[in-house]
Design a protein around this ligand. Structure first.
Ligand code: ADP
Ligand code: MG
Length: 323
């Protein structure tokens, strides 16, 4: 059972950034308006995610760490009706199998909460503890019991790069939530959570970048796209600043990226890329988000139509032909 947990954990927990992403998604699902993330040594030494969300009832805390116990999927059809970020009930068991985890949580404002400690999948503490409403997860010594996996970790700078990238994109996907990120005590991100995407862009890419953005907003019967795209004069040397968001998740789609680049085609110098945050809304039946365990990849059921729509609407904005 432990071995099975560790193997399955490898799918969900590839590196420290995967832990950050899963814990932050849980905090978002819990309705938090403020999420604070602090990591040490690229997240390999410790990851702390603190939120002001719903908290977890004392009697539900242990269940949250049992594999699939919380899966919201009852049958295959449900896969097409997913609206919350988490739906597999795999993250907490997977993380707890390969790290030392503590959970401090309270689901009411009376100061009464619960503390759990789990080491390598074994529950060692489960007791009452004072806490204000919300949840604080601490993950220490990731992969301490899977040395082979630990050996594959890159430098602290590389792991931190993955963490900050995940935090930046999550903040861009949720301008209504305030995010902070600290590494070894240094603040790397602070967004206000006032719903203003331009503020998030300024926090992530700087105020000059925020000044270069143009709004996009369009819908057809199947899709609605909204967001901000950089003027063609403002370019970057890599495509890392292209963020596409579906159902509250940032996703990776080669088809979408290609459509975006076609819109900028002839407007950008060779090897230059735009800055762009694009949110796509559609009926859940038009997208399958379970293609990849880390949920980064999705499958659209009318992809050609979607790509054409995206290309056409971005080009309209860039050419100043917005109706
Ligand atoms: P999933 O998100 O797929 O349901 P997880 O393993 O990530 O599975 O989390 C298990 C459960 O623990 C969640 O469904 C939720 O009920 C609870 N939970 C986890 N993190 C939080 C949090 N920060 N706030 C409130 N509840 C949480
Ligand atoms: Mg989850």
């Amino acid at each position: 059972e432990h071995i099975a947990n560790q193997i399955a954990a490898g799918e969900v927990v590839e590196r420290p950034a995967s832990v950050v992403k899963e814990l932050v998604e849980n905090a978002i699902d819990a309705g938090s308006t403020r999420i604070e993330v602090a990591v040490e040594e690229g997240g390999l030494q410790s990851i702390r995610v603190k939120d002001n969300g719903s908290g977890i009832e004392a009697e539900d805390c242990e269940t949250a760490f049992y594999r699939h116990a919380t899966s919201k999927i009852a049958n295959g059809r449900d896969l097409f009706q997913i609206t919350s970020l988490g739906f597999r009930g795999e993250a907490l068991p997977s993380i707890a199998a390969v790290a030392k985890v503590s959970l401090l949580t309270a689901s009411s404002d009376d100061g009464k909460g619960r503390l759990l400690e789990i080491e390598g999948g074994k529950l060692t503490v489960n007791e009452d503890a004072a806490h204000s409403r919300g949840t604080e997860m601490n993950v220490r010594e990731l992969f301490y019991n899977t040395p082979a996996r630990l050996k594959y970790m890159k430098s602290i700078q590389t792991e931190l790069g993955h963490i900050s990238d995940a935090m930046y994109r999550t903040a861009l996907a949720h301008p209504g939530i305030s995010f902070t990120l600290h590494h070894n005590g240094n603040q790397l991100l602070h967004t206000l959570g006032n719903g203003d995407l331009l503020q998030v862009i300024a926090a992530v890419y700087g105020t000059l970048a925020a000044k270069a953005m143009l709004p996009v907003l369009a819908e057809d019967p199947d899709y609605r796209i909204s967001g901000l795209v950089s003027r063609p004069e403002w370019t970057r040397s890599n495509r890392n600043a292209v963020t596409t968001i579906v159902g509250g998740r940032y996703i990776r789609s080669n088809g979408l990226n290609a459509a975006i680049m076609r819109a900028y085609h002839t407007l950008l110098p060779i090897n230059r890329y735009p800055l762009l945050v694009l949110k796509l809304d559609m009926h859940p039946s038009l997208v399958d988000v379970n293609v990849h365990p880390a949920k980064l990849e999705v499958r659209f059921s009318k992809e050609t139509e979607l790509y054409q729509f995206v290309e056409q609407e971005i080009r309209k904005v860039l050419l100043g032909e917005n109706l």
